[in-house]
Design a protein around this ligand. Structure first.
Ligand code: NAI
Ligand code: MG
Length: 326
């Protein structure tokens, strides 16, 4: 049966790397139909809203979505889109590749980030001209759900070490609840894990990333620690992500619209293409996912490489090389 894939390029390099991922998927000869939707800064300028209802509906109704990146309107675009696919888990693998100059070549870990609440729940208020507040939302149900997902993900993908990041010593009620939910789920399922205070974890990740496998995080901590891990493996051009819900999912690179290099045709398409590999996994095309990853690895090792990895090739050169390596 044909799977409908919503493709939403967005702004800046989103419009350059998303076609690369589609080109790779098309080369696999799968039964996919691509339907394009608009979103981002340029749509806000033209139509007054960054995420038109029809784009939201497109993602909600598709079998899966590929998203590039948005610019200044990112929060107005990607947060509702993650909600459109009902995604509660944000999965962000960070691994170093042979041939890429990584700060820590031994890095091979996956962040499983709670995707719906924490400080990104959008509960902010102006109380007076001087005072603003933000409410940090943590529920037992969402914490249990991300813990269950994280332990299962670790088991299915062969990771022995599971770490729960938190700051329950300070945020005693909210992260206390998050940690307690992880402990309960672990006890019920017979899983083992270490817990780590997220600030100390940031330091330890830089010094000893090899100590970590799956890291289960509240929302903001997962956002920040995954960018930190991108720095360990060679930059944001390499990190894909999956936003996973019960039936639907959205796949996007961890990076943004990169205005500093947008329009130059030199964005690294690897993160976006690896996101397409995660989409193949999700749709059950396991062989295709493995082929895409192997092709990206071959090109990362042998070149051509984009400037962020020390090369002088363009996005299209790398994409063509990946397609050839398939
Ligand atoms: P960014 O991820 O766009 O860029 C950070 C740095 O990494 C830049 O120097 C950029 O050139 C480099 N970089 C990122 N992706 C790259 C790639 N594929 N190849 C080569 N180099 C790459 O983050 P930044 O600069 O903080 O934000 C820029 C804009 O993107 C902002 O307007 C922000 O709101 C938006 N943004 C959107 C996100 C989304 O749509 N999910 C996520 C993060 C930021
Ligand atoms: Mg981020």
């Amino acid at each position: 049966m044909t799977d409908t894939i919503a493709v939403i390029p967005g702004d800046g390099i989103g419009g350059e790397v998303l076609p690369a991922a589609v080109e790779v998927l098309e080369a696999l000869d799968l039964d996919l139909e691509f339907v394009e939707g608009e979103a981002g800064d340029h749509v806000k300028e033209e139509r007054g809203e960054a995420l038109p209802q029809e784009t939201y509906d497109l993602a909600a109704e598709a079998d899966a979505t590929l998203f590039g990146a948005a610019g200044e309107t990112a929060a107005d675009v990607i947060l509702p889109l993650r909600e459109a696919v009902d995604s509660f888990a944000n999965v962000r693998p960070a691994r170093a590749y042979p041939g890429v100059d990584a700060v820590k070549p031994e890095t091979d870990l996956v962040f499983v980030r709670e995707n719906t609440e924490g400080v990104y729940a959008g509960i902010e208020d102006d109380l007076t001209d001087d005072v603003t507040t933000l409410t940090r939302l943590i529920t037992e149900s969402a914490s249990r759900r991300i813990a269950e997902f994280g332990f299962e993900y670790a088991e299915e993908n062969g990771f022995e070490d599971v770490t729960v990041a938190h700051k329950a010593n300070v945020m005693q009620k909210t992260d206390g609840k998050f940690l307690a939910a992880c402990e309960a789920v672990a006890a019920e399922g017979g899983h083992e894990f270490d817990d780590a205070l997220m600030d100390a974890l940031a330091m330890h990740l830089i010094m000893h990333p090899e100590d970590y496998g799956v890291v289960i995080c509240p929302n903001l901590a997962g956002d920040m620690l995954s960018d930190l891990a991108a720095g360990l493996v060679g930059g944001l051009g390499l990190l894909p992500s999956a936003n996973v819900g019960p039936d639907n999912a959205l796949f996007e690179p961890v990076h943004g619209s990169a205005p500093d290099i947008a329009g130059e045709g030199v964005a690294n398409p690897s993160a976006m293409i690896l996101s397409a590999a995660l989409l193949c996994d999700h749709l059950g095309y396991d062989d295709s996912a493995a082929r895409v990853r192997a092709a990206v690895e071959t090109v990362l090792e042998d070149g051509p490489r984009t400037p962020d990895l020390g090369g002088d090739a363009g996005t299209e050169d790398v994409t063509r090389a990946v397609v050839d390596a398939l």
